[in-house]
Design a protein around this ligand. Structure first.
Ligand code: PLP
Length: 447
């Protein structure tokens, strides 16, 4: 067994190039190799079990190796694993589209599939761009994004993102976007109200002066994820949506991270009764099982593409695996479990329990801010709590806390100095408590 594991470890280092990873660091470390999953645990090749404290990068809903989800895939496998959506349909893709329209904010009536959050975003921005083009308003080509936004890693998605670290090298390949402030209350002198006002007034100014050249505003509704789990002050999303509507600029809600119950509502937009013009979903769409994403839109957007072939208004976009039947079948089974197990209501109760348990951490000398929306939690660590002075980036404080958590039996990944806690939505109170204990001990040990 050990020999096989050693071989695997050697092959991993020799042949694999891991995403978002400095391979030199990785190859000098002790890489973890997962063999299987059981409930909310991931088990490595040596048989050691770890809590999946970040839902395998924010997507797991019902845990791993779920009989109902496994069965949905197996049954579909007995019919057909893949068939294209280019001019042909398949049963699960149709059924899933109908289901998604039913649960999405009212007014979103069309579903365009893809296979990752980034491709879903890519579709959203191309759709918004061509929407205005097809309507003869060809000058509306620019996008507005929010400071430190993350929308994925394809060139278009990076162009409408605004995390400098991910953009710098590629700058010559990117198209420029307008960037407005994101309301980061903890790091804004005036707190939440002033942070919100700064964001809203920047958007208002931009729209009043340049709406004629702007196609869409793209944002992560209610919670900005990769920037450090930063929760918007109440009312912000609704006001931004109203401004976009007033100035005839589309609103693209990127719900890749926030969708499917994660924030305590099926979609984050539901918290403020907002229907965006375009909504991107991924991650939890299949319960975190298979790579399926989708871009939803309104009849109004769809109708701008609906014309005779000669008018050349077709949306020329698609991927080989668009609408994959296995993925759609497991997504349908996932949504069935959402209903049967009342997952969204469960998240609300679990979020309250978690908030209560995490409150103790607030007393720790290096815990600056604990941000939480549903089961999306970020703990910002600071060198000096009084002045909110951040750690030096070379301290890699978040990284070290997460490494300690792994030693203690829980997996998660930091976002700079922010320790992320995003347990699978089905985690029980006992499991949440055990994970919070590990998190607490890791923070105490390292800071
Ligand atoms: N959009 C948001 C808000 C995300 O958080 C992510 C990934 O974390 C993406 C898009 C990209 O999704 P994917 O990694 O599936 O391409």
């Amino acid at each position: 067994m050990t020999t096989i594991n050693n071989q695997l470890a050697a092959m991993n280092k020799t042949h694999l190039w891991h995403p978002f990873t400095q391979m030199k660091d990785y190859n000098e470390s002790d890489p973890l190799i997962i063999e299987r999953g059981e409930g909310i645990m991931l088990i490595d090749v040596n048989g050691r079990a770890y809590y999946d404290g970040f839902s395998s990068v924010w997507l797991n809903v019902h845990g791993h190796n779920v009989p109902e989800l496994n069965q949905a895939i197996t049954e579909q496998l007995g019919r057909v694993a893949h068939s294209t959506l280019l001019g042909i349909a398949n049963v699960p893709a149709i059924e899933l589209a109908e289901k998604l329209i039913h649960i999405a904010p009212q007014g979103l009536n069309k579903v365009f599939y893809s296979d990752s959050g980034a491709t879903g975003v890519e579709i959203a921005i191309k759709m918004a761009f061509q929407y205005w083009h097809n309507r003869g308003m060809k000058e509306k080509t620019a996008f507005i994004t929010m400071n430190q936004a993350y929308h994925g890693d394809t060139i278009g998605a990076v162009s409408v993102g605004s995390i400098p670290l991910y953009q710098e090298v590629f700058r010559p390949m990117l198209f420029p976007s307008h960037v407005i402030p994101y309301p980061y209350a903890y790091r804004h002198e005036g707190g939440a109200a002033a942070a919100k006002e700064a964001a809203i007034s920047a958007l208002r100014h931009l729209l009043e002066t340049r709406a004629h050249e702007i196609a869409a505003l793209i944002l992560e509704p209610i919670v900005q994820g990769a920037s450090g789990i930063i929760v918007m002050p109440p009312g912000c999303l609704r006001e931004m949506a109203a401004l976009c509507r007033k100035h005839d600029v589309l609103l693209i809600a990127d719900e890749v991270a926030t969708g499917f119950g994660r924030t305590g509502a099926m979609f984050a937009c539901d918290h403020e009764d907002v229907t965006p013009d375009v909504m991107v979903i991924g991650k939890g769409l299949t319960g975190g099982y298979l790579p399926v994403a989708a871009t939803l839109t309104t009849d109004e957007v769809y109708n701008a593409f609906y014309a005779s072939h000669e008018e050349q208004k077709t949306f020329f976009h698609g991927h080989s695996f668009t609408g994959n039947p296995l993925g759609c079948a497991v997504a349908l089974a996932n949504l069935k479990l959402f209903e049967e197990r009342n997952i969204v209501e469960g998240v609300k109760a679990k979020a309250a329990f978690t908030r209560h348990k995490l409150a103790m951490l607030q007393e720790r000398p290096h815990v600056g801010d604990i941000r939480q929306q549903g089961l999306m939690i970020g703990i910002e660590l600071v060198r000096d709590k009084e002045t909110r002075e951040p750690y030096n980036w070379t301290d890699r404080i978040g990284y070290h806390v997460c490494q300690r958590a792994r030693e203690l039996g829980m997996l998660t990944r930091p976002l700079g100095d922010v320790v992320v806690f995003m347990p699978p939505l089905v985690s029980s109170e006992e499991e949440l408590e055990a994970m919070i204990d590990i998190l607490t001990k890791s923070i105490i040990d390292i800071t």
